[in-house]
Design a protein around this ligand. Sequence first.
Ligand SMILES: Nc1nc2c(c(=O)[nH]1)N(C=O)[C@@H](CNc1ccc(C(=O)N[C@@H](CCC(=O)O)C(=O)O)cc1)CN2
Ligand SMILES: Nc1ncnc2c1ncn2[C@@H]1O[C@H](COP(=O)(O)OP(=O)(O)OP(=O)(O)O)[C@@H](O)[C@H]1O
Length: 206
Amino acid sequence: MAVPPPPPFPAAPPMAAEPSKPALRAELRAVRDAFVLDLAPGERARLEALAADHLMRVAGGARSIAFYVAMGSEMGCAAAIAATAARGIAVALPHVESRSAPMRFLRWTPGDPLETGWRGLSQPAAESAGIDPDLIVAPLLGFDSALNRIGQGAGFYDRAFAALPDARRIGWGWSIQQRPAIGCDPWDVPLDAVVTEAGVIEGNSA
Ligand SMILES: Nc1nc2c(c(=O)[nH]1)N(C=O)[C@@H](CNc1ccc(C(=O)N[C@@H](CCC(=O)O)C(=O)O)cc1)CN2
Ligand SMILES: Nc1ncnc2c1ncn2[C@@H]1O[C@H](COP(=O)(O)OP(=O)(O)OP(=O)(O)O)[C@@H](O)[C@H]1O
């Protein structure tokens, strides 16, 4: 009597992305590092200022915007923060205490001190006023034209988007971080737009 062959093992994970998220993150980090390393002196600041101009065109009506302090090869927010503050719009920055605690957005004005916190993050003093921003500028490792994003993988922004459903979600990154498709998980909340040095990618403009 024929014995049926055993089922293939290990079974494929139910939502296996192609490639795996950790592999995609490593690739995107390497591409982003190489892109920034190749920029001529002054070019990075020029491109970040272009992104700031694009953001100001789409930020209409926001009374408060959350940015972040860029690390490594992330597209920086300094020009956009300066433009935001110059328009009298409140600036907030993320504050992380631990991997498990929700990230908070704290009021910050250019010139205020920044403290080194969890994993070397530069962030406002823990006792700064918390705000619920109208618009959240989120760091990206990668994004696609359907406005899915992939971040560092700790889920801080996914959790913040779930907690602040009325805030506009704008991804912020270099145009070379775009991929044909970023596999998304059930908890991933899509962005409303992505701003790069090259322009704005909006949901209904694709
Ligand atoms: N500039 C910046 N600020 C941010 C974020 C971000 O992505 N960029 N965040 C977005 O969520 C939050 C912090 N999230 C983080 C999530 C993971 C790690 C982390 O695991 N870092 C590794 C090094 C990773 C690497 O090699 O690049 C470590 O410290 O070991 C750090 C911050 C809030 N502030
Ligand atoms: N709304 C949520 N509530 C609780 N946990 C969440 C929520 N959203 C995501 N997470 C958790 O966060 C973790 C990381 O998610 P994911 O791999 O999508 O990170 P990411 O989007 O790349 O990172 P980040 O949002 O920090 O930039 C997952 O383990 C997930 O369970």
